[in-house]
Design a protein around this ligand. Structure first.
Ligand SMILES: Nc1ncnc2c1ncn2[C@@H]1O[C@H](COP(=O)(O)OP(=O)(O)OP(=O)(O)O)[C@@H](O)[C@H]1O
Length: 803
């Protein structure tokens, strides 16, 4: 069931950093060089005893002093650490907040001891779990709770499920809604702290540990225990669910090969551990720098560990870092190293927000939500218009010095930079959404294959399903690659933004036209606000789309109940709902070429066509519909070119699998949007297309290059061809857009003296707003030729799109 995140207040906070020094072990020879003052200050003495008073006053000692949120001397227990530094954030988890606690330190410094602990001195994992269940117990009369937990380890850059006896390699995926997720990780429902502790012990027994020179039971993997608490209030806000998440992380210890005296596999483990810890340290560095110098690139993608910890390091999470240190003088360098990163981590900011979702069960609820969101979109549009009118206010100082003409270039570059950013973010957003769908389909395919294999071991249906599975996997891989490129482009864009800001700042501090420059700077800031608003709008559009998806499924269910169309139409009309394309479309929007017999021949037993009796049948059917339109097109399903349509991303897809679209590629009929056939040259000479179509079809806003759905395998000639077309298409559409925008700027420049840039900028933004849909779809990976027409051409209308 789709859930919608309700707006909740965001609070920015910094990472809490606690330092814990373990006691000196009996067998450890050496001197204790750590002192803790005021529960906050940590002093590391110079390990070299020969330094005297003179060295000290002349600053020649290696003594170092640090201050943290909390500091714990060797005699402190885990309970002390928990009560002073952790317990307050645990209570937030049962209120829908996220929290992350991780122990960081060199090998043998006491990370596992701190996180897991012993019978006598239970660790932070154990203590947190007890608190969560105590809090649940207190509120369980008024609220309903559901607690689940997962436990994974990252060993040699591979993720394993610690709750699975013989876990395979698990993969990470980026989910637009939930962030980073581990696909296939078991999440077990639990009803008591004891049950989790049992699982924790089980998981710990499966963890990879080794005896090294530095530690007899050294953890060779990073372990992440995740507890999810869902809370539903019994009386008010019946459909509201709060979802809090607690991540408890015990990192593997960093070490020097020379110190641990390890070789072979151990050495390799060490190298991998160090690599991911280095990646973590780099992220901490970059995040620390962000605070001081504005945004910097944070290399989360460099390791699995940092991807998993991403939310805890900069996202929606209240985070505590427990830096563990050894008091021994021979660990001086490790200790200083740990404290240096801990010191940097103090600067890291996270943004905490309650995770509130809703569970909706009725079409009318969806409709209400869509209405609400559309009102929100209108409000945002108004706000955007206001911002734009602010941008076009003439500056008081009218005279423009010719010498300042470079400012025009600067301002144009500034606005282009903003526009590019919007485009990239939207493209990335859509790409992630597409991949989500791909994964969803993949899951269905897995199920279908398993079911079919239970009936017969081999056969054309299984073959077809496996072929489709391969296509989807290829798509996902391609999308991931494209996504990485987008990320890179966003980084470039960010760099450029800083350069521009730098130029403006420098010019302001010199004796230039200060007023003009200040205004220009103001435009840039407003432009950024616009970016956010526009992106928010795009997100809302996406939510609306998701609601429509849900409507579609409900619609399928209604159809499955065998109600008569006429009754449905009458009923809808009574409620002011227009059902679109009723007469035009074949049932469930599938081409007539898919005859029932064809479907029955290839569909697994138990699935029927649109007259299916259950929801699941209808849902599965959607996938078969896709098959017919893609990889099956050259097979028995569809020997000739055909098209099907589906609603997706606020768009209708017209799919054609021949290189030349069929003559009957008729388009959206309702309200005379556009009807006609698509000549092959549309794809060959894309530059002309938007203009031609726009003039003849004002409703057409969205154009797409080949799309991911149902694309042929990446290596096939048609994939190459479509990729080639995509490149041409993207270049041409970009060029077209930039030409249009630049033309807009020069017109406005002649009109308005000093305020000309403002007008140009504002015009560009509105142009971008109307054309951004083009970019929204142009970067999608290759696949069959697809034309898309948005289904939200008239968002104000109470429009119900029949699936
Ligand atoms: N606060 C403490 N009190 C008593 N003993 C401790 C304490 N902290 C750590 N130790 C002991 O120090 C040794 C190393 O601790 P631990 O295994 O927790 O280190 P680690 O940082 O997790 O090491 P690695 O990274 O190699 O896994 C263990 O024998 C542990 O019992």
């Amino acid at each position: 069931m789709p859930s919608i995140r309700a707006p909740a207040a965001k609070r920015t906070t910094t990472l809490t950093v606690a330092v814990k020094c373990r006691p000196l072990k009996e067998r450890e020879r050496g001197r204790d060089i750590v002192r803790v003052n005021d529960n906050k200050e940590v002093i590391i003495l110079d390990p070299d005893l020969s330094k005297d008073y003179l060295d000290r006053i002349q600053n020649r000692t290696k003594e170092k002093k640090y201050r943290f949120d909390h500091a714990f001397a060797p005699h402190c227990t885990n309970l002390d650490v928990y009560e002073r530094g952790i317990s307050s954030i645990i209570s937030g988890v049962v209120q829908g907040l996220n929290a992350t606690i991780f122990a960081y330190g060199s090998t043998g410094s006491g990370k596992t001891y701190t996180m897991v602990g012993t019978q006598e001195d239970p660790g932070l994992m154990v203590l947190s779990l007890h608190t969560i269940f105590t809090l649940i117990e207190k509120d369980k009369n008024s609220d309903q709770f559901e607690v689940s937990c997962s436990y994974l380890e990252v060993y040699n850059e591979v993720i394993y499920d610690l709750l699975e006896k013989s876990s395979g390699h698990l993969e990470l995926r980026e989910d637009p809604e939930k962030g980073i997720i581990v696909v296939g990780l078991r999440c077990i429902k639990v009803h008591s702290a004891d049950k989790i502790l049992e699982l924790l012990n089980l998981g710990n027994s499966r963890r990879k540990t080794e005896s090294t020179e530095a530690n007899a039971t050294s953890s060779r993997s990073h372990a992440v225990l995740e507890i999810i608490v869902k809370r539903k209030q019994r009386n008010k806000y019946q459909n509201q669910v709060m979802r809090g998440k607690l991540a408890l992380v015990d990192l593997a210890g960093s070490e020097r090969a020379s110190e641990t005296n390890s070789g072979g596999q151990k050495l390799r483990d060490g190298a991998n551990i160090n690599r991911s810890l280095l990646a973590l340290a780099n992220c901490i560095n970059a995040l620390g720098k962000q605070h001081k110098k504005g945004l910097a690139y944070v290399p989360y993608r460099n390791s699995k560990l940092t991807r998993i910890l991403k939310d805890g390091l900069s996202g929606n999470s209240q985070t505590v870092m427990v830096a563990t240190i050894s008091p021994a003088d021979n660990q001086y360098h490790h200790t200083i190293n740990t404290l240096k990163y801990a010191d940097r981590a103090k600067e890291i900011k996270t943004h905490i927000q309650k995770n509130i979702g809703t569970i909706d069960t009725h079409v009318s609820d969806y409709q209400r939500m869509i209405d609400g969101l559309q009102i929100e979109v209108c409000r945002l549009r108004k706000e955007l218009a206001e911002k734009e009118s602010q941008l076009s206010v003439k500056p008081a100082e009218k005279s423009v010095d010719d010498e300042l003409s470079w400012l025009d270039i600067l301002s144009r570059e500034t606005s282009e930079n903003v526009q590019e950013r919007i485009n990239l973010q939207k493209a990335l957003f859509e790409l992630e959404e597409t991949n989500l769908r791909n994964r969803f389909e993949l899951q269905h395919l897995d199920d279908a294959i398993a079911k079919q294999q239970a009936i017969e071991k081999e056969g054309s249906v299984i073959e077809a399903l496996i072929a489709r599975q391969k296509v989807i996997l290829d798509n996902i891989r391609d999308n991931d690659e494209v996504g990485i490129n987008y990320q890179k482009e966003i980084e470039e864009n960010e760099k450029h933004r800083f350069q521009l800001q730098d130029m403006i700042d420098k010019a302001i501090s010199k004796n230039g036209n200060k007023t003009y420059l200040r205004i220009l700077n103001q435009y840039r800031l407003l432009g950024m606000a616009n970016t956010e608003l526009q992106f928010e709008m795009a997100m809302r559009d996406q939510i609306i789309h998701n609601q429509r998806e849900a409507q579609r499924k409900l619609w399928n269910m209604l159809m499955g109940l065998g109600l008569e169309e006429k009754h449905l139409l009458d009923f809808a009309a009574k409620h002011g709902i227009i059902i679109e394309d009723w007469t035009m479309m074949p049932r469930l929007a599938i081409s007539d070429k898919y005859s029932v017999s064809t479907f029955d021949r290839f569909a697994p037993k138990g699935y029927s066509q649109c007259s299916g009796q259950s929801i699941s049948r209808s849902c599965i059917f959607q996938h078969y519909q896709d098959f017919g339109s893609s990889s099956f097109s050259r097979g028995p399903w569809n020997p000739s070119g055909t098209f099907c349509r589906e609603e997706h991303h606020s768009s209708y897809y017209m799919l054609s699998h021949d290189q030349s679209p069929p003559a009957y590629l008729s388009l959206r009929k309702s309200t005379n949007h556009w009807i006609g056939s698509a000549p092959d040259s549309w794809f060959g000479t894309p530059a002309k297309l938007p203009q031609n179509l726009r003039s003849s079809c004002p409703e057409l806003r969205t154009w797409a290059s080949p799309c991911s759905e149902g694309s042929p395998s990446a290596s096939s000639p048609s994939a190459d061809l479509s990729r080639h077309r995509k490149v041409m298409w993207n270049d041409a559409s970009r060029k077209h857009l930039y030409e249009t925008r630049n033309a807009g700027v020069s017109d406005s420049q002649t009109m308005m003296g000093n305020g000309r840039t403002a007008l140009g900028f504002s015009a560009q933004l509105s142009e971008l707003h109307s054309t951004s849909h083009i970019f929204q779809h142009t970067e999608t990976p290759s696949g069959p030729n697809i034309l898309r027409v948005p289904s939200f051409a008239t968002p104000e209308k109470n429009l119900f799109c029949k699936p």
